[in-house]
Design a protein. Structure first.
Lengths: 437, 236
């Protein structure tokens, strides 16, 4: 082929179609005498792959991987044969840093792991530390923490909903979801001053009580929000494209889901009614009236339905917290962990000593260990803390729900098309900050 | 949910019908003195001296078992009709600041049908091999959890099918970050870390496993092929 002279000449426009309607072969070569000769294989047409597998790399800088996830996919044509996930691009050593920080100093780090659920992480960490200190928090604090947890569940599910809609090709629900999320951010801003990295709790209480008239804002949100959920429901739940892109994808049976350690909406979509709030309650969740939505097929569509229903159930819980929010102190009366008011710290000797000891040394929990899990929007989020009696934990372990959920992705995408990998990955609701920590 | 019933998820309480009273939020948990999880006694009855110690701290039961029998213990907890620990929450390790003290490997198990929580521990003596049996064949959830524990502590899980680093990259040479002898800033200086990052071979991000899939090594340009086969070595 190297010696033939290739020309693309007027013959191209005169070839026409053969009797079957296929384009005629275009002679693209001429011999020395100037006559056209047929080329065996038209250029541009590759021979069939014949079962040869292809390696496709998605990420870490791909918008549909929701962060810095990298998937190496082995494809047969367009079908996934094998998926090899790579994580760790965002690893910052949170657990290591926690061993060098006092308990209250770790709380800002919990904001930054699952950053869509910062208030929920703060609450989970504070609950763990309080178990380790043997502190029983006040009733008002409990209700405020339930509010924080449910607000952040709604927030996280809204981000999931919006981004998944974009992944699958719908843009409008994203805007509706983010408008509502903005309202929650405004509430959080009024409460604690921060929007994303809230650091809402302290060991033994909260960073701040809710401001005046805050409950009115929450009531307005709780009133308006279900309408938006209904609207999104009307637009996508029975939308043909949405159903076609999600039904039957990434199916996990109940036994598999349990064995793979899935949690949160992932395991509930598979039909296992495991909800930490219900089965291993904390913050008096057993006294709230709410349903645990459970799917039947364990596919992407059921995960979507479960999350949509959880938005409604969280709103129900918020209504109940508004009705029952008691008066009284937010922080426990325990000088080991709660700073005395500044006025007393500068006028009263004892308070000044407590203030000094807490700031300079940090509170010391007794020797012991505890594992406290909460139901985060992603699933079972656990903090395992070990104390040797010093002000800093020996070990602070985060049990990241989306890490364990993601570990099942090779199983879930097997045999599906490349475009479905994006939908399945979106349905896991991963946050790389939490996976890589 | 409005509309067709076939589009609604089943909404209900917990599906775990064992007749047990619904659990309550624990209140005023004492540091010691709570009743141990009934599974601890069952384990003692079944495995006798394999169970070295049972601790109850802050209402949570920890069972310390012999390393050699760990897999049997977990398998039994998983399979036995009276236990049914079907859910593996977490696997991690604890190294204490006391350099004499053993390294603990910790398994957190849940029994969803009985709503029980159990912590199983294995103590690894200082100086002994950091190796424990893998429970990957019992719980698939152990896959990444064991890989992370290996990555962070250097504990090997015998029987794990694919035990390699997960959060750190495969060519990471500084050791195991969560060990207490690992400095917070890492072992290498910032300039050394930067030098290595700049000298890194971009193709080495693909593992050998992945390269065998490509089957196209011969068709690649010569320089790319050289970098791919060299692994992390850059020939500097």
């Amino acid at each position: 082929m190297a010696t033939t002279k290739r020309t693309i000449d007027v013959q191209l426009s005169t070839t026409g179609f053969d009797s079957q309607g296929r384009p005629r072969r275009v002679p693209l070569a001429v011999d020395e005498a100037g006559n056209t000769v047929a080329v065996a294989e038209p250029p541009g047409l590759e021979p069939d792959l014949e079962g040869e597998h292809m390696l496709i790399n998605i990420g870490p800088q791909h918008p549909a991987t929701h962060g810095v996830l990298r998937l190496v996919l082995e494809l047969d044509g367009e079908t996934v044969v094998r998926c090899i996930p790579h994580v760790g691009y965002l690893h910052c050593g949170f657990e290591k840093i926690g061993e060098y920080r006092q308990y209250n100093q770790i709380i800002p780090w919990t904001d930054r792991e699952d950053y869509l659920n910062s208030p929920g992480n703060n609450v989970a960490f504070a609950l763990g530390a309080e178990r380790l200190f043997g502190i029983e928090i006040t009733e008002r604090c409990k209700v405020l923490r339930v509010m924080a947890c449910e607000l952040s569940r709604i927030m996280s599910h809204l981000v999931w909903l919006g981004t998944t809609c974009i992944d699958i090709g719908a843009y409008t629900p994203f805007l509706w979801a983010f408008q509502q999320r903005e309202k929650i951010y405004e509430l959080l801003e009024a409460w604690i001053g921060a929007r994303l990295t809230t650091s809402l709790t302290r060991v033994g209480g909260m960073g701040a009580d809710i401001p005046d008239n805050w409950i009115e804002g929450l009531t307005a949100f709780v009133k308006g929000f279900p309408k938006v959920v209904d609207e999104i429901d009307r637009v996508i739940t029975r939308n043909g494209i949405w159903v076609g892109r999600t039904v039957g994808l990434g199916v996990m049976s109940p036994e598999e889901a349990t064995n793979y350690g899935l949690s949160g909406p992932m395991i509930r979509a598979s039909g296992v009614a495991y909800d930490v709030r219900r089965d291993f309650p904390y913050l008096d969740y057993e006294t709230y009236d709410f349903d645990v939505p459970v799917g039947t097929n364990g596919d992407v569509y059921d995960r979507f339905l479960v999350r949509m229903e959880e938005l409604r159930q969280s709103t129900r819980i918020l209504e109940q917290t508004i009705a029952r929010l008691p008066d009284g102190p937010v922080n426990v009366d325990d000088h080991r962990v709660i700073l005395p008011p500044k006025s007393r710290a500068t006028s009263d000797m004892e308070s000044m000593i407590h203030h000094f000891k807490q700031v300079m040394e940090g509170p010391r929990p007794p020797i012991g260990e505890c594992y406290v899990a909460v139901e985060s929007p992603k699933g079972e989020k656990g903090y395992y803390m070990v104390s040797d009696g010093s002000p800093k934990p020996v070990r602070w372990r985060i049990r990241p729900p989306s890490y364990v959920n993601l570990s099942a992705i090779p199983r879930m995408v097997e045999g599906h098309l490349l475009s479905d990998v994006i939908a399945i990955n979106a349905s896991i609701d991963i946050v790389m900050g939490e996976i890589d920590r | 949910m409005s509309g067709d019933a076939s589009f609604s998820p089943v909404v209900g309480g917990s599906a775990l019908a064992t007749g047990a009273p619904s659990p309550k939020t624990p209140r005023n948990v004492a540091r010691t003195g709570a009743h141990p999880n009934p599974s601890a006694d069952a384990l003692r009855a079944e495995f006798a001296t394999v169970v070295q110690r049972v601790d109850v701290v802050w209402g949570e039961t920890s069972v310390v078992v012999e390393r050699a029998r760990l897999h049997d213990v977990i398998q039994w907890l998983h399979d036995d009709e009276g236990q049914r620990y079907d859910y593996l929450s977490d696997i991690t390790a604890v190294e204490y600041r006391d350099v004499e003290r053993e390294i603990e490997v910790v398994w957190h198990l849940r029994s969803l049908p009985y709503r029980r929580f159990l912590r199983v521990k294995v103590l690894l003596e200082r100086g002994a091999a950091l190796e424990v049996p893998s429970v990957w064949d019992v719980y698939k959830a152990a896959d990444w959890l064991e890989r992370e524990c290996f990555d962070m502590f250097g504990i090997r899980f015998a029987g794990h099918p694919d035990l390699r680093r997960i959060l750190m990259w495969e060519q990471y040479k500084e050791g195991f970050p969560l060990r207490k002898d690992f400095p917070l800033r890492g072992r290498f200086s910032r300039s050394e870390q930067l030098r290595q990052a700049l000298a890194a071979n971009p193709e080495a991000r693909y593992s050998k496993d992945e390269l065998t899939i490509a089957q196209a090594l011969e068709d690649l340009p010569a320089d790319m092929r050289r970098r791919l086969t060299a692994g992390e070595r850059t020939g500097e």
